[in-house]
Design a binder for this molecule. Structure first.
Ligand code: SF4
Ligand code: SF4
Length: 75
């Protein structure tokens, strides 16, 4: 089973902005243990454009997660 990678652990508001602005289908909104949150579904699609970071209210956590899953991620 594939590991679930939360986009912004503990702080995601499920506002869906990352899903809407990402043109590469990296995120998805899912029910994870009864909590609706954004997950990084396709990290391999990320081109490090940084658009999601600009719209996320928890941008620092999202930035950290993206760097964890996309090793060459740069803003
Ligand atoms: S933009 Fe941030 S707070 Fe909103 S769903 Fe995405 S990760 Fe969660
Ligand atoms: S940085 Fe990656 S995840 Fe964020 S909007 Fe750009 S392609 Fe999508």
């Amino acid at each position: 089973m594939k590991e679930i990678i939360l986009a912004a652990p503990q702080v995601c508001q499920a506002c869906e902005m990352c899903v809407k602005v990402c043109k590469r289908d990296v995120f998805d909104i899912e029910d994870v243990d009864g909590e609706i949150v954004s997950v990084i579904k396709h990290p391999e699609n990320c081109n490090s454009c940084g658009d999601c970071i600009r719209y996320c209210d928890s941008s620092q956590v999202l930035l950290k997660q993206l760097r964890l899953v996309v090793p060459d991620f740069k803003l």
